[in-house]
Design a protein around this ligand. Sequence first.
Ligand code: GLU
Length: 260
Amino acid sequence: MKQTFKPLPLLLLIFPLLLSAACGSKNLAALDVTERLEDNPKITWGVKVDTSLFGLYNIETAEIEGFDIDIAKALTKEITGDAKNANFVEVTSKTRIPLLKNGNIDAIIATMTISEERKKQVDFSDVYFAAGQALLVPKDSTIQSVSDLNSETTVLSVKGSTSAANIREHAPDATVLELENYSEAFTALQSGQGDAMTTDNAILLGIIAKNPGYRLAGDNFTDEPYGIAINKGQDNFVQAVNAALQTIKENGVYDKIYAK
Ligand code: GLU
């Protein structure tokens, strides 16, 4: 029997496949966040959950708490009208840029320094907090500053942080051991796997507040201006975040959060 070619059913079969392929190729991170907010006002922020003072999970309240969280809520309220539209997703220093680029989060507000290196991958808001890198040591340590770090000392830091890169410049002879996050790094310091731990002064002060057997060694040896990281191509969202930041700085909300 002669077979007849039936183009229509074939097209009907292929069309859904073509459609799903086309949709799949549209990276979530490339969709305009401000446009999406008109339909769905939720903003998903990547935050730390193990960093005292900035982003720390509180087991009793089952909430993440800290400066970054409060700023994210205040910005969400400015942008969408309701702080409850803020969603939070856990990031570490290492996972935050990949999660942003994959479209899992809309922005990173997680003790993240604005750096030229990172600007090649993401855009940043204006500065919202000025930190600087320092050293944490046990109270009885002989280390008084970064210049005391030598070939015999091991310094603990965290993967994906500027702290890990900076310490190699400031103490080129020291051994640097990189952990996954700050709670692991501090546990390593407590168990004697390193002589000092390094990251931003503000993060270290949060650790000292709960662990009085530790102190800072010397002054800050870098500047670490914190910014909110947003995907490239999201200029409208960057502008919205900067405008909201400006508003909360002018209306006293930022100062209240800072004082807290
Ligand atoms: N602010 C530094 C950084 O962005 C250290 C803190 C962190 O790892 O988040 O890398």
